[in-house]
Design a protein around this ligand. Structure first.
Ligand SMILES: [Zn+2]
Length: 72
C-alpha cells in the first residue's frame, strides 16, 4: 500500500518537472524572438521569430533606412 502511494507521488513529481521544463522553454522561446513585431504589432513570420528577431521584415527595413539616414 505504501509503495503505491510512493509511485503515485513520484509520477506526480515527474509531471510537475515536465510542466516546469515546458514553462521555462516557453520563456526562453519568447525571449528569443517576438511573437508580434514590436513596431507594428504584426504577427511575426515563424522563421524570423525563431531566428530571434523582434521586428518584422518591413519594420526592420524601415529601421535600417532610418539608421542609414541618421548614421552621419
Ligand atoms: Zn513590423
Amino acid at each position: 500500500m505504501a509503495d503505491e502511494i510512493d509511485v503515485a507521488e513520484r509520477l506526480r513529481e515527474n509531471e510537475l518537472q515536465l510542466a516546469l521544463a515546458k514553462h521555462q522553454q516557453n520563456i526562453a522561446m519568447n525571449r528569443k524572438g517576438a511573437l508580434f513585431c514590436e513596431e507594428c504589432q504584426d504577427k511575426m513570420p515563424e522563421a524570423r521569430k525563431n531566428a530571434g528577431y523582434r521586428l518584422c521584415i518591413e519594420c526592420a527595413k524601415d529601421k535600417e533606412r532610418m539608421d542609414a539616414l541618421f548614421a552621419k
